[in-house]
Structures are given as structure tokens and as C-alpha cells.
Design a binder for this molecule. Structure first.
Ligand SMILES: C[S@@+](CC[C@H](N)C(=O)[O-])C[C@H]1O[C@@H](n2cnc3c(N)ncnc32)[C@H](O)[C@@H]1O
Length: 440
């Protein structure tokens, strides 16, 4: 009788960064979200649901809108507005006085293939993505959006232990989001998984629409933009949220900051693709290149009415779906571990940048409390102890106001801010949003 040697694998299979990410999330998020985790996990592992933002700078906006409507897409702003008119009139005793507003994008998937420009800040990999645009035009020689100020620095200027915010008392004040009339966003119904057509250009070379995660519009809506606002988009590239702010037209000046030269190039290209360079709105935009995490070097102090901090984070969905530039790769472990400290410094600087009475919206696309609530608590605590800044949290009550659309689901675990959870019927997020108002 022949004897066969049993076959035994000689090597333990190598785990990819995305597998490590999933293990990590199972370990930490499993107990955190309990019974909801399997559904959130499935959402993370499944391609996200996109919405299409109509570009109002295209000459063909009406035709473009008809195309989306003919495909069966619904006006998301109208859907959200309905819920909010009701709630707002209940809360405030007024109604229908809607201001303009905005949303966010990430252009990553497309822009990853763009050739890099000189980049002397290479440790900043990672970061949020989403996608949708199929093509990007090279920036034109003559295209210029305001100044491009450069001021790089070593940001290791304060030690963050991560425990600063323990036991912090932060007052919560009721607030609401407003839906800008100028903003046109289309979505398919819950459970519809249809694709959107590739964006088309008008005779000026300006694109018709772009796609973004439905969770990404909320941080910009939370800004409650006014026409007189001086706005800072602190971590602006690849430019999704800046572009949404531009779509609302609801600001006096928009400063877009980004530390990485290559990402700043992506931002320029995004603006060039979506806004004609002879449009007067271009004069109101300033591009800037500064390390916003440097507490020593950051010098935009108390100058803005609104600050949007869409912070670099573990981008949980991408981390489980993509191995390139994955923060769970061993070469990026230190960057990943340093993220909460970096986010805390960014948020402290955001609070320093805003005028008393102004607001900061902090957002990430991570489910991790140590990149969300904990960062807020630590930053608020340090801002007060080191810079004498006092803030209140503006509670947007999104959990009660957005869920009625059937398109959003929220976590009940956050003690601060709001966390949009992915789930299969409407796979937006994750997206964490916390709004703070400076009162001193
Ligand atoms: C999540 S992405 C922002 C996405 C963008 N808001 C959008 O909607 O398209 C974070 C960005 O922050 C930038 N960043 C990271 N650290 C920074 C710093 N210290 N100062 C300024 N920008 C920084 C990253 O290069 C990255 O482009």
C-alpha cells in the first residue's frame, strides 16, 4: 500500500494590510457596536453608495439635471429639507428660512493615478477617499486660484497624551443643519445600487456632476454657511468639500489649506475641472499650503467665521477594501498610531483659527472613538488650558432628523457628535461629525 506524505503549508499565509484592518476592527469595534457590528462590517466590506452632485458652474446644468432625474435619481436636498422643515418649525418656531449649504467629496480613486508633483511632506500618506470622477484635466498654465502660501514646519511642538479630555464637561446647545437652495444633490432610493453615468463636459470643458459618499455632504451642511462668512477648509485636498462650499456660493472668502504639494495639485485640478477660471467666484478662493497641525507655526488666529476640519484618519472603509497606501501596513504603523495626536493638534488649531462666536466642524470617516469623540474632548481641554479658548458643542440631533429619510443610520454610542454608520440598504459612511462653537 502506498503511503502519501500529508501536505502541510510551509508558511503561515501572509496577511494583507486590509486583512489586518478587518482583524483590528473586529477586535475593537465588535464589542463597541455589539449586535450592530455584523451589519456595519458588511457595509464596510461592500462598495459604498454614492450620490451625484450637480455642478452649477456647468452651462448645461438643466440638461444634466434631467439626465439624473430620467435615471430615477431623487433630489436628496429636497428629501432632507422635508424632514428638517418640520423639525425646525417645531424647534425654533420658524420655518422655511433656508440658507445655502454644501457637501463633500473625495476624488481619490481617480486622482491616485495622477502623476505626483514635488512632495517634501511624504510621511502624510493615508487619507480619506471616495471617488466618482472618471477623468481629471491637467491644470492649465494660466489657472490660478488666489495665493499659494507655503509654510512647512515640524509639528511636534506639544505632547498629546490622549488623556487630557478625561472628565471634561462640555455644554451642549441645540442646533440644526440648513439646506442650501443652490445645492443640487441626487441619490438613488434606499436599496437601489445603480451606477451613475460618467460626467460629461460642457463646451467650456466644465464637468456636469461628481459622485461622493452620501455621508460626506453632512459636515458641510453642518457649517450653516452665510454669505458674509470667511471660511477655512483646513485639510482641503483633494477638494470635495471645498468644491461643495463653492457650489453653495454662500461665503465671502474661502481659504483652502493642504499640507501636501501633490494633494494641493489635486485640489487645483478639481477646481479647474468644475469652476470656469473666469467665474467671479474664483476671486474669493485662496489656496494655502501650511502644516495645520503645528501649534507653533500656525498663525491664522481668530480670523475665520467657519472652519471645516475634515481630518486625516484611518478611512475605515478603504482600509478594509484596499491595500495600497493602507495605514494598516506595517510601514505605516507609526503614522496610524500618531493619528489621534495629529487630529487633536489640527482641532486645537481649528479652534484657534475661528473668531469668538464662530464654529468649527470636525469630521472623520472612521468609526474609532479615539479619532472622534476622544479627539474632541482632548482638543477642547487643551485649547482651554493652553490657549484660554472656551467652546460649546452644537448638537445637530441628526439621529432624529435624518433617519426618517431611510437613507442614514446613526450610532448611539457617541457621547459627542454624530456618527453615520454604513448599512447595506443605504451604504453611506462611516462619517463622524462634531460641531463646536467658540464662545471665548
Ligand atoms: C480626509 S482628507 C480631506 C478630504 C477633503 N476634505 C475632501 O473633501 O476632499 C485629509 C487631508 O488632510 C491633509 N493633511 C494631513 N495632515 C495635514 C496637516 N498637518 N495640515 C494640513 N493638511 C493636512 C492630507 O494630506 C489630506 O489631503
Amino acid at each position: 500500500m502506498m503511503k502519501f506524505k500529508p501536505k502541510v503549508a510551509k508558511h503561515i499565509p501572509i496577511k494583507t494590510p486590509s486583512m489586518h484592518a478587518l482583524d483590528h476592527f473586529d477586535f475593537y469595534y465588535g464589542p463597541l457596536f455589539g449586535k450592530k457590528w455584523p451589519s456595519i462590517r458588511l457595509g464596510l466590506l461592500t462598495p459604498k453608495k454614492f450620490v451625484a452632485v450637480l455642478n452649477r458652474f456647468s452651462h448645461d446644468i438643466d440638461v444634466n439635471e434631467n439626465i439624473l432625474q430620467d435615471l430615477g435619481a431623487q433630489d436628496l436636498m429636497q428629501i432632507l429639507r422635508k424632514g428638517f422643515v418640520y423639525v425646525k418649525s417645531m424647534d425654533k418656531g420658524t420655518n422655511n428660512d433656508w440658507d445655502l449649504e454644501a457637501d463633500q467629496i473625495s476624488f481619490e480613486r481617480n486622482l491616485q493615478n495622477e502623476p505626483d508633483e514635488t512632495d517634501d511632506f511624504d510621511e502624510e500618506k493615508s487619507f480619506r477617499t471616495s471617488a466618482g470622477l472618471k477623468e481629471f484635466r491637467r491644470p492649465s498654465e494660466v489657472f490660478e486660484f488666489g495665493q499659494d502660501k507655503t509654510n512647512m514646519s515640524d509639528s511636534r511642538d506639544i505632547e498629546i497624551t490622549g488623556l487630557e479630555g478625561m472628565g471634561i464637561q462640555l455644554e451642549k446647545v441645540d442646533d440644526f443643519i440648513t439646506i442650501p437652495n443652490a445645492l443640487k444633490v441626487y441619490t438613488y432610493d434606499r436599496t437601489w445600487l445603480n451606477d451613475y453615468p460618467t460626467p460629461v463636459k460642457d463646451d467650456n470643458g466644465i464637468y456636469s456632476w461628481w459622485l461622493l459618499d452620501g455621508g460626506s455632504i453632512i459636515p458641510v451642511l453642518a457649517l450653516d454657511l452665510k454669505e458674509t462668512d470667511s471660511v477655512l477648509d483646513m485639510c482641503a485636498a483633494p477638494g470635495g468639500k471645498s468644491l461643495l462650499i463653492l457650489q453653495t456660493g454662500c461665503f465671502d472668502k474661502l481659504t483652502c489649506n493642504e499640507v501636501k504639494m501633490s494633494r494641493l495639485g489635486q485640489l487645483r485640478r478639481a477646481l479647474a475641472n468644475y469652476v470656469p477660471d473666469d467665474d467671479p467666484i474664483v476671486e474669493k478662493v485662496i489656496l494655502k499650503r501650511k502644516d495645520a497641525a503645528s501649534l507653533e507655526q500656525w498663525d491664522d488666529i481668530a480670523v475665520y467665521d467657519k472652519v471645516l476640519l475634515d481630518a486625516p484618519c484611518t478611512t475605515d472603509k478603504l482600509s478594509v477594501l484596499q491595500d495600497d497606501e493602507n495605514l494598516f501596513s506595517s510601514s505605516m504603523t507609526q503614522i496610524r498610531l500618531d493619528l489621534p495626536a495629529t487630529q487633536t493638534k489640527l482641532l486645537i488649531n481649528a479652534l484657534r483659527s475661528v473668531k469668538v462666536g464662530g464654529t468649527v466642524v470636525y469630521s472623520t470617516c472612521s468609526l474609532a472613538p479615539n479619532q472622534n469623540d476622544v479627539v474632541v474632548d482632548n482638543a477642547v481641554s487643551i485649547a482651554e488650558s493652553k490657549f484660554g479658548i472656551k467652546v460649546v458643542e452644537k448638537s445637530l440631533a441628526l439621529e432624529t432628523k435624518l433617519v426618517s429619510s431611510g437613507l442614514y443610520r446613526f450610532s448611539t454610542n457617541c457621547h459627542r457628535g454624530h456618527l453615520i454608520l454604513p448599512f447595506l440598504p443605504s451604504n453611506f459612511g462611516p462619517m463622524y461629525i462634531c460641531k463646536l462653537q467658540r464662545i471665548k
